[in-house]
Design a protein around this ligand. Sequence first.
Ligand code: ZN
Length: 417
Amino acid sequence: MPDVVFPLDSGKKFTDQKYLGHNRWHPDIPTQVTVRPDDTFRVHCREWFDGAIHNDDSADDVRDAPLSTVHVLSGPIAVEGAEPGDLLIVDILDVGPIPQEDSGPLAGQGWGYTGIFATQNGGGFLTEQFPDAYKVIWDFSGQTATSRHVPGVSFTGIVHPGLMGTAPSADLLARWNRREAALIATDPDRVPPLALPPLPQDAILGGLTGAEFERVAGEAARTAPPRENGGNQDIKNLTKGSRVFYPVFVPGAKLSMGDLHFSQGDGEITFCGAIEMGGFMDLHVDVIKGGMETYGVSENAVFMPGNVDPRYERWLAFSGTSVTLDDEQHYLDSHLSYQRACLHAIDYLTRFGYTPEQAYMILGAAPIEGRLSGVVDIPNSCSTVYIPTGIFDFDVTPSASGPTRIDPGAGVPRSSF
Ligand code: ZN
């Protein structure tokens, strides 16, 4: 096993650990650990809410989830000799849940969760149809996930970090803040908000205190969106065996990671749509000097996915076009057409006995594929969502004999405001 350079004690809060991580992006968050090019090392990661979500049958914790506290990230890890303009090579040698025999109170210890966030607390891709908070607990058995809240389904996890990236430079951070503030200003009272401005409340900044904390907390970017540094890309294919090339914006690159997922469908559509968990990552790093210029990589990371994929061979695919549910025509709007494809799939799955919430959760958490199938055929874009038929323990395809009805059980825990 590689040396654990960023250990986390499962019995302690994120802020009480030996090394202090962070939950904002800023170039002045202090380096916690330094490694060298060609080093291999292990990092522990806490689940994104640091234990606020529990293994129970109530969605109150998801409804009240403290979004100001996310994402708790391990790092920054400096790589000796990395300079702005370089590319940082990060190999994901291994990634998995908390390696522990017994189940414990933290997500990752044999279980994880998927949530639908209430419209008033972040919302999700289909928040108009699903305005309340819901929760699903998934149990892990080796590579397989099953849920007492969603009967008739089991699937192979595709474990990956939802979030990994390098620190922004001061200039890049200022650009983020400028452009995101301009977007917020177009509709400042929107629920859910258009973007999240810097928020000193609940900021964790690698141990900074006093006036320095105040300055950095007032400027530091929230971790929700993906940006030029990588960040919260939620790419399900960043699994074991992947190689990622991150732009370096500050001396040492200052790599950080977290938000591990046991599995996720393309789009992570319920917002907390992956199966969230804590765990470990084994990483190898190296540096390509001047690589940003050489390869033209300044606008986000380039990556080579690993070869570890669930082997599903048959799929049932649903398409959607850029027309609203009220039959209003939109012009080549792929966001809308993917929503329609997902709503189409959800409606279909309810014919087999699932509640709409259970169907939505399956699309968020199972290894479904989402595609922009057509983006030029005016006025309709065409998006598609592919569901592997093998995740169901009954025949989910259309047939003359009609759908098999499953017993949906008690359904998915729900909490409204
Ligand atoms: Zn996540």
